[in-house]
Design a protein around this ligand. Sequence first.
Ligand SMILES: NC(=O)C1=CN([C@@H]2O[C@H](COP(=O)(O)OP(=O)(O)OC[C@H]3O[C@@H](n4cnc5c(N)ncnc54)[C@H](OP(=O)(O)O)[C@@H]3O)[C@@H](O)[C@H]2O)C=CC1
Ligand SMILES: O=C(O)C1=N[C@H](C(=O)O)C[C@H](O)C1
Length: 234
Amino acid sequence: MKIALLGYGKMGKTIEKIAIDRGHEIVLKVTDDIESKDLSQVDVAIDFSVPSAAFKNITACFKQQVPVICGTTGWLEQYDEAVELCKTQKAAFLYASNFSIGVNLFFDLNQKLAKLMAPFKDYEIEIEEVHHTQKLDAPSGTAITLAQQVIANSSKENWKLDTAAENEIPIYAKRVDDVPGTHTISYKSEIDSIEITHTAHSRAGFALGAVIAAEWIKDKKGVFSMKEVLSGLS
Ligand SMILES: NC(=O)C1=CN([C@@H]2O[C@H](COP(=O)(O)OP(=O)(O)OC[C@H]3O[C@@H](n4cnc5c(N)ncnc54)[C@H](OP(=O)(O)O)[C@@H]3O)[C@@H](O)[C@H]2O)C=CC1
Ligand SMILES: O=C(O)C1=N[C@H](C(=O)O)C[C@H](O)C1
């Protein structure tokens, strides 16, 4: 498969190694304005760039009919618009806040725990995410997905960074040296605490998931999620 990397930083470089190991070829690397780039030789584009570039990169792929995998976080206010454009232009698009298989299992666990805990109002919920100091967005896309899952399965109505009201979930974003990504959801009462944590030991899991998603989307049209990719693997 001929892959374009949109963004060639920490993730782009990790994806390159894994894609080549799996027999793919990197035919294009984009690290600035995509406007004039010719994608005609590209089977799938993988965007791990910056929040300010993601929407433009994705929609350029739609225009040139190149399926696009997007892992960039921090641009989600334009997600619904991207979905509409993908549909009208009959293109292919998959965004995930986290491509690692472990985190996608953790998402299932989070949903189940939120349902279990919903009747027990003595427990206060909070989410903590820890990432490296170069991260541009806060809270992480993964923490937002975790909060959205709890909101869909409890009486909480929203999430807030740091200070939250009674009906909101507080998300605490910590930045520490080279941490690849750690997410914890805690339920705390006076009597006890229940916590679940996912710890990434490197970026390899994110990159492998993105390459698997690229292999999966290659000849498809539509808007997809990692759930659909992973249901084909289990
Ligand atoms: N969904 C997931 O599983 C994961 C998501 N992420 C997300 O992926 C994104 C990238 O992370 P990471 O690799 O660590 O970040 P880096 O800062 O290491 O890399 C960002 C890259 O984007 C490039 N860039 C800047 N402007 C553009 C542009 N207009 N078009 C294309 N590329 C551009 C930068 O180039 P230059 O350096 O020259 O400015 C750099 O190569 C972040 O949003 C992060 O949150 C990260 C890990 C996992
Ligand atoms: O910026 C990162 O590094 C990561 N970003 C993603 C996020 O915002 O959730 C995924 C992962 O945690 C690493």
